[in-house]
Ligand binder design. Structure first.
Ligand SMILES: [Zn+2]
Length: 423
């Protein structure tokens, strides 16, 4: 089940449980799943979202569903990846009918905050108010710890409210000394033994071996938090949602990456020369990922035995592409998007993959450091490769890192300056 949960609700620690989650980018809304035993879950509403975004630009990521002590339900969620730095909010009496979605300006006193992610809310019975906390990056804050390549370095911030209309100014709620997101509380009723509260959160650092889930403990549900544990999940884990069961806790989380830290989603073949396509079917079998290449290279696939003869190696298993990768095709991975650009010349179907956010070009055998792809093999054409480079690659930003199919890396700027074939 491709559901990323941030909250689980139960009437009691005997269940049944209701699980609120989202799929993909949260653009379709919130899905509910139910479980009788806490282990087996069934999507309800015929697998369709129960609540959908209602306003332009609204996502419903990281939904957090909570029971209100005065009756009914409250839900908060991540409204957008970046600004406006607001949290989504709605109320319901019956989980079916929800009040119009509101943007809660929980970071109103921090005007430069970039984002509000994964809000969580809890009723504090002793103080008779709601505690809301979430992760935000405030540029320039915590300069001694590392910002990631997207300029993000989150901490957990909190506010309190009684009416979801007025809020206390956001304050720092949890700072382990590094980038942290996705904090939630372990329910206190699974925790009666020593009366301490536990904050479960994602260590968002990439290094060393981060992106996993840890615990901190505190004497009250509002902290302060200390005694951070080692990770209890593998790297590539996030979005913990927990509930009490059998005198302990169950923590569900999204294991969004394999233990190696990466998941293969698509196999893109830049062109059908044997040294670029031979392993594609094996990779596909190992990963389940589809193989994409341009169908103009199918004639080269048909002569794979001849290609193998050029190198004196056995003929590899090859197959048609699972999708024809044409010019302009988008490839998504995580929050990043790449575009396939058709750059014929080395072969008729030669492709490059441009990833603008990463300033990265995977160039296949079209452009090399100080050289260009050969054009003396079947399908090759010298004027065509020059035109591809001039028209498609050189207009890219100078700082674009070029990773060619052979040899050392270069940049678009360096090749525009110095490549003798482009004079
Ligand atoms: Zn080649």
């Amino acid at each position: 089940m491709l559901l990323f949960a941030t909250s689980c609700l139960a009437q009691s620690s005997e269940g049944p449980w209701l699980f609120a989650g989202f799929k993909n980018n949260g653009q379709n809304g919130v899905y509910f799943a139910v479980s009788e035993d806490g282990w087996h879950w069934k999507l309800i509403n015929d697998g369709k979202p129960v609540i959908a975004p209602a306003q332009a630009g609204e996502l419903m990521r990281d939904p957090f569903l909570q029971r209100a002590p005065m009756g009914g339900f409250r839900m908060m969620w991540t409204w957008s990846w970046r600004q406006p730095a607001v949290a989504g909010y709605s109320e319901s009496k019956d989980l079916l009918h929800w009040t119009p979605h509101r943007q809660l300006e929980v970071m109103a006193n921090e005007s430069t905050a970039l984002n509000v992610w994964a809000p969580a809310l809890y009723w504090n019975e002793a103080k008779r108010h709601w505690l809301i906390f979430w992760s935000s990056t405030i540029p320039g804050r915590f300069p001694q710890s590392q910002y990631d390549k997207n300029g993000l370095n989150h901490r957990i911030y909190a506010t309190t409210t009684r009416d979801f209309r007025t809020f206390t100014p956001a304050t720092l709620f949890f700072d382990p000394g590094y980038n942290v997101i996705d904090a939630t509380l372990l329910p206190a009723d699974g925790n009666k033994a020593n009366g301490r509260y536990r904050l479960v959160f994602k260590d968002e650092r990439k290094e060393p071996e981060g992106k996993h889930i840890r615990l901190a403990s505190g004497a009250s549900m509002e902290g302060p938090w200390s005694n951070v544990t080692e990770a209890f999940t593998e790297p590539g884990s996030e979005g913990p949602a927990s509930f009490a069961m059998d005198h302990g806790w169950v923590v569900y989380y999204d294991h969004y990456q394999s233990p190696g830290g990466l998941t293969c989603k698509q196999i893109i073949v830049t062109h059908a020369h044997i040294d670029h396509i031979a392993a594609a079917q094996t990779l596909k079998r190992l990963t389940g990922a589809p193989v994409y290449y341009n169908q103009l290279d199918l004639p080269l696939v048909k002569i794979m035995d001849i290609q193998a003869g050029w190198l004196g190696i056995p003929t590899p298993e090859v197959g048609p592409p699972d999708a024809d990768a044409g010019n302009g095709m988008k490839v998504r991975f995580g929050a990043t998007e790449g575009t396939i650009l058709h750059t014929p010349g080395h072969t008729e179907g030669s492709l490059v993959l441009h990833i603008p956010d990463e300033k990265l070009l995977l160039a296949g055998d079209t452009l090399f450091a100080g050289s260009i792809g050969r054009t003396d093999l079947p399908g090759g054409d010298y004027p065509t490769i020059l035109r591809s480079i001039q028209d498609v690659l050189l207009p890219l930003p100078d700082e674009t890192l070029v990773i060619p199919g052979h040899g050392k890396n270069t940049t678009i700027g360096a090749e525009r300056e110095d490549n003798p074939f482009l004079k």
